[in-house]
Design a binder for this molecule. Structure first.
Ligand code: IPE
Ligand code: IPE
Ligand code: MG
Length: 237
C-alpha cells in the first residue's frame, strides 16, 4: 500500500465494553476495565505506524445519563489511565491532548489531564487525542457562540464568516480532519462524534467489541481504507 493510501488521522468510537462483559457473564464494569488494555495496545500500534493522530471517543456528553455508579467508575478508570499511561506516552514520543468540555469533568481528572498535556507537549510523534465530555453538536454550538461574540465585539464582520472560520473555532482547530473513522461494537451510527470533522472521513464499522479489538482488526480497517477511492464530490480521472 502506498503512503498515499494510509490514513494520517484515525478516529475511533470505542464501543461495546458493556456487551463484551455481559456476553461473558460479567458486570459492565469489567468491560470498561478490559477496554483500557485495547486503548494501550491500539495507541502503541498507531504510534509505531507513525500515524499523525489518533482520536479516541472515551466519554460523550450524553454518557452522563448513565447510572451514577457507572459514571463514577468511568471517571476513576480515566484518572488511573491518565496516571498509569505516562510511560507509554513518553516511550512512544506521543503528544497527548483532549477535546470536549473539559471544564465539566471532575477536578481530580482535570488535574491529571493537565499534567499529561504539559509533560508531553514537546513530544514530536503521534498526537493522541481523547474526546472527553465531548458532543459534536455542543462543539458546533460552542464555535457558533465564539464567532457570534467576535462579531458582537466588532472583531469580525458577518460577511467574513465562512467554513474556515468555523474550522478555526472548533475544539479541533489545529488538527487535520480524520481520514478514517472506526466504530467497534457493530452499531452503524455516529453517536454525536466529530460531526463537523468527519464530513469526508471513510467509515469502517466492525462487530468486534472494543475489549477484543486488536492490532489485526486495525490492520483490516487500514487495508480496507487503502482500497477506497476518496472523491470529495469530484471525479477521479
Ligand atoms: C463504550 O462501551 C464505552 C463508553 C461509552 C464509555 P459501552 O459502555 O457503550 O458498551 P455497550 O455499548 O453498552 O456494550
Ligand atoms: C459512543 O458510544 C460514546 C463513546 C464510545 C464514548 P455510546 O455507547 O455512548 O453510543 P450509543 O448510546 O450506543 O449511541
Ligand atoms: Mg455503547
Amino acid at each position: 500500500m502506498s503512503a498515499n493510501n494510509l490514513p494520517r488521522h484515525i478516529a475511533i468510537i470505542m464501543d461495546g465494553n458493556g456487551r463484551w462483559a455481559r456476553n461473558l457473564g460479567m458486570t459492565r464494569i469489567r468491560g470498561h476495565i478490559r477496554g483500557v488494555n485495547s486503548v494501550r495496545d491500539i495507541t502503541t500500534e498507531c504510534a509505531r505506524k507513525h500515524l499523525e493522530q489518533l482520536t479516541l471517543y472515551a466519554f460523550s456528553k450524553e454518557n452522563w445519563s448513565r447510572p451514577r455508579y457507572e459514571i463514577g467508575l468511568l471517571m476513576r478508570l480515566l484518572k488511573r489511565y491518565l496516571i498509569k499511561e505516562r510511560p507509554t506516552i513518553k516511550d512512544n514520543n506521543i503528544r497527548f491532548t483532549v477535546i470536549g468540555q473539559i471544564e465539566g469533568l471532575p477536578e481530580d481528572v482535570r488535574k491529571e489531564i493537565a499534567i499529561n498535556i504539559e509533560e508531553s507537549k514537546s513530544n514530536t510523534g503521534m498526537i493522541l487525542c481523547l474526546a472527553l465530555n465531548y458532543g459534536g453538536r455542543a462543539e458546533i454550538v460552542d464555535a457558533a457562540k465564539a464567532i457570534a461574540s467576535d462579531v458582537a465585539k466588532g472583531e469580525m464582520s458577518l460577511d467574513e464568516i465562512d467554513e474556515d472560520t468555523f474550522k478555526h473555532h472548533m475544539y479541533t482547530a489545529d488538527m487535520r480532519d480524520p481520514d478514517l473513522l472506526i466504530r467497534t461494537g457493530g452499531d452503524m451510527r455516529i453517536s454525536n462524534f466529530l460531526l463537523w470533522e468527519i464530513s469526508y472521513a471513510e467509515l469502517w464499522v466492525t462487530p468486534v467489541y472494543w475489549p477484543d479489538f486488536k492490532k489485526e482488526h486495525l490492520e483490516e480497517a487500514i487495508r480496507e481504507y487503502g482500497s477506497r477511492e476518496r472523491r470529495y464530490g469530484g471525479l477521479i480521472e
